[in-house]
Design a protein around this ligand. Structure first.
Ligand SMILES: [Zn+2]
Length: 638
């Protein structure tokens, strides 16, 4: 899901009055794990709806198997705004109560563990949205002259109960889904899976029957009703060679259609790109991928049929990416939403980089800027925020930071091949099931053969981000770097970070080095064959961090320095040109002719003594510093 940030203001206002709805969700764990244990196999939804009002009338049938203990009470969720007409369990009407968005029915007979349960709930009423981040509603989509009125649903994370009786438990995926939507002509209904039939009904109405046989989480079930135009065709997956159905439902005018058509067609290229990048075929290829244009101020990845506002490239790419991360493998609970949103957001960046490379750097810069807005937040959703949709879907901390974390993880794995192989292994292992952050980490550890606990504890579960301090001082061919890493949050600290630094030379060349910075200051010195003119820290923007960088070129001329004896056998003395009896600090560095540092010394000796018996014979460069003055000289080892 993506929601435009402009809506947050409205959401904040609504939050106070809506929060009671989510208090009801807190009971789900207790009820589904203890009071009423069943495993949903199939949802069968039959709903009459039209874009002319929010009135709906219908039924939900659930086929489930009883788990854990004998079932005597059947609990399921439905918004109180809807009136329940009857609850029928295994063909027997039963007594029930409906309050706090929960239906609690007494089963006519006990149902033993392993036995089938079929429950049908009939209901009607004016639907009310309980979703603070946009929800079920009626709105106008398309442009203002040709826009059409649409009835649509939006369930993530806890609002499926606004239109059908459902078990809002993300790990209990239904194996199959049937949706029958009855609506007056000329409206049509669009939903998950395949359109199996359109039946004429009395009073100028039609029933659209959609069906899916892929496992589906409750919040990915949705439908939309409107006077849609359709744009459908099949395309070839270059990876599998099979054709995939592609369906689009919209209300665009003929004038605006050519532009939208191009954007829609681009989706096919992105599907092929994702298949080759991730190494996993589009997971719902036997049914379809599709879009329906609805006024939801962003997009929602309803399985096989994304609901979206427009066809902005990154929005299309993001929602499509959920087919793999979110729908194929679904987060194990809402604390683990990164499995959905972190990956979908990062994949949309990778698609941008592939198809519009000129726009990718700006996107990445903006992503980092937003990801580091909150210096105290973790990517992981804290346990006390799991019923707070605004935190779960925090644009800064879940989407931007979640995506940039993957970018940094890619850098730390030091191999794109390994990085994307882990994605593939993870997806294949948890195909059509649920998984959390730790499951992904386990695949990463299996592939790389080392622990990633510290990295995840610091960068993912830990609060904030690292602040990398680095100051550079160039003196002709000599460069000194001094730096450290601080954490933006006092609750966090970071293991040493290899920080890439690009060094540019006067001769036009450059080189990329990595210096390891920790939470204590370290100094690094280098000698190059050409004078240093500039440094760029993290030039490829690989680190989820803030930077405090300074760089100065010291133009005071180098003085030459003498050593005795020169050439030397084992030891020599360094003789600074100005006689100075005070015990100021003197620094010495010795480089081989390849520019590698072979020795360094900090001393207060007036005539520093250096012993290098093991050094191999040859010519070396001695660089020295005393107070603000720099010195250089050649030394020869016999
Ligand atoms: Zn999303």
């Amino acid at each position: 899901m993506i929601h435009h940030r402009g809506t947050w203001v409205l959401i904040t206002v609504l939050w106070g009055i809506q929060s009671f709805v989510f208090a009801q969700q807190e009971k789900a764990s207790e009820y589904y794990n203890d009071s009423s244990c069943y495993d949903v196999k199939c949802y069968d939804l039959r709903i009459s709806a039209s874009p002319d009002s929010l009135y709906i009338k219908g039924s939900t049938s659930i086929v489930a198997t009883v788990e854990k203990k004998t079932l005597t009470r059947f609990y399921i969720q439905l918004n109180d705004a809807l009136t329940v007409d009857s609850v029928i369990i295994n063909e027997h009407p039963c007594t029930f109560e409906h309050s706090g968005n929960w239906i609690k029915a007494i089963t006519p007979q006990k149902i033993e563990v392993g036995k089938m349960l079929q429950a049908t709930i009939h209901y009607h009423g004016n639907a009310v949205s309980s979703n603070v981040i946009g929800g079920l509603g009626i709105g106008t989509t398309g442009n203002s002259e040709n826009g059409c009125k649409v009835f649509y649903t939006l369930s993530e994370p806890y609002a499926a109960l606004d239109f059908f009786a459902c078990k809002q438990w993300v790990t209990d995926k239904a194996d199959s889904l049937k949706i029958y939507i009855t609506t007056p002509k000329p409206y049509m209904a669009v939903a998950n899976g395949l359109l199996r039939s359109v039946d004429e009904k009395p009073n100028n109405r039609r029933t659209f029957y959609w069906e899916s046989h892929y496992p589906i989480a409750y919040y990915l079930i949705g439908f939309a009703v409107g006077e849609f135009k359709s744009y459908n065709y099949r395309f070839l997956s270059t990876k599998s060679g099979d054709s995939i159905r592609f369906e689009n439902y919209h209300c665009f005018s003929d004038a605006e259609w050519p532009e939208y058509k191009n954007s829609i067609d681009k989706t096919v290229e992105i599907i092929n790109y994702y298949e080759s990048l991730i190494g996993v075929l589009y997971p719902f290829g036997r049914e379809k991928y599709g879009h329906v244009v609805v006024p939801i101020g962003g997009g929602m990845e309803n399985q096989t049929i994304t609901f979206l506002q427009n066809f902005d490239f990154t929005l299309v790419a993001h929602e499509l990416a959920h087919s793999w991360f979110g729908n194929y493998v679904t987060c194990s609970d809402w604390q683990n939403i990164w499995i959905n949103e972190g990956f979908a957001t990062y994949l949309s960046y990778l698609a941008l980089e592939k198809f519009y490379p000129a726009e990718a750097p700006d996107w990445l810069n903006s992503c980092l800027e937003l990801a580091t807005r909150d210096s105290l937040a973790s990517i992981y959703i804290p346990a006390d925020k799991v019923f707070d949709p605004l935190r779960i879907f925090s644009y800064y901390n879940t989407y931007m930071k979640g995506a940039y974390f993957l970018h940094t993880l890619r850098y730390f794995t030091e191999s794109d091949e390994i990085f994307f192989q882990v994605w593939q292994n993870f997806l294949q292992k948890y195909a059509y099931k649920n998984a959390g952050v730790e499951d992904f980490k386990r695949e990463l550890e299996a592939k790389t053969g080392r622990s990633w606990s510290a990295f995840f504890n610091e960068w993912f579960y830990g609060k904030g981000y690292p602040v990398i301090h680095l100051s550079g001082n160039a003196k002709n061919n000599f460069l000194q770097l001094q730096g450290m890493v601080k954490a933006s949050s006092s609750d966090n600290r970071y293991s040493p970070i290899p920080v890439p630094v690009r060094i540019q030379w006067q001769n036009g060349g450059d080189t990329l080095i990595r210096i390891v910075l920790s939470d204590t200051t370290s100094r690094h010195s280098f000698f190059f064959s050409s004078p240093v003119t500039a440094i760029t820290v993290d030039p490829q923007h690989q680190l989820l961090a803030k930077f405090k960088i300074s760089f100065a070129i010291d133009t005071t001329p180098l003085q030459s320095i003498r050593t005795f004896p020169n050439p030397f056998n084992d030891c020599f003395q360094v003789i600074f040109p100005t006689t100075d009896t005070s015990a100021v600090e003197r620094k010495l560095w010795i480089y081989n002719m390849a520019g590698q540092q072979v020795y360094s010394l900090q001393t207060h000796q007036r005539l520093p003594q250096v012993c290098l018996a093991k050094l191999i014979s040859g010519t070396y460069l001695l660089v020295a510093q005393k107070q603000e003055q720099w010195y250089v000289g050649r030394i020869m080892k016999r």
